[in-house]
Design a protein around this ligand. Sequence first.
Ligand SMILES: *Cc1c(COP(=O)(O)O)cnc(C)c1O
Length: 284
Amino acid sequence: MTYTILNGTLIDRSEAKVDIEDRGYQFGDGVYEVIRVYNGKMFTIKEHLARFEKSSESIGITLPYSTEQLSEMLEELVGKNRLHTGIVYMQVTRGVAPRNHSFPAKEVVPALTAYTKELPRPAENLKNGVKTILTEDIRWLRCDIKSLNLLGSILAKQQAAEKGCFEAILHRGQDVTEGSSTNIFIVKNGVIITHQSDNLILKGITKDVVLQVCAANNISVKEQTFTLDELAAADEVFLSSTTGEVMPIIEVAGKKVGNGVPGPLTSRLQDLFTQEIEKQCGEL
Ligand SMILES: *Cc1c(COP(=O)(O)O)cnc(C)c1O
């Protein structure tokens, strides 16, 4: 039996049903998190729960549980499902109410669900790198919220998939923002550049770990906007995300990055990132 969390209770996956008037289903009115599990331990769980709370608050949803309670619930879920390597998916919606754009009455309780999924580390892609496309960023202006509304991201990722690519790199005019579900970094002359964490991108927890690792190892980073031209001229390009970790990008819009193989600084960051995982979750 596989367990899932439905409003604070662990139940069998096949019994977890949501109402057709759930506002997540009808409006995408909610937020979510994806947390990595290595060796049965959740990586950067504190940071993910803090972001979950922040995303919820930014759309006026008060979480029905404290982050401490959530942490315990998720630990129990991972333990009972005997998850070794995979993810926890968690979301909260504004709850179930007759369809009406404005918020329902205060009594309506936010609906919280979570489940686990086995997912190996993407060994091949981490080693060989991935190909990407470029597409205009058509999303809204609050990309800092990890919202359930993902149409802009879905349409971009589908374009990438149709071209046999792993990710779509988004740009607003000349400025590169991020990937459809990842943060994007370029390397030029030994300096890493990545978009500043403002309203135009999602502040990735993997991105934050990368920045911390760089600071601790005297690797220069600039958090600032970079352009399509800078992307095209980069020595190395890589992406970061919870499931993708630190992943080399070897092609952008049909054009090779550098020699078309993962670059040395990217490889170094992959090693340093792996060490961070091992500090929290034990040897991989
Ligand atoms: C989740 C997400 C990321 C990556 O964030 P992590 O916390 O590193 O997983 C980047 N961009 C978008 C749009 C996302 O939704």
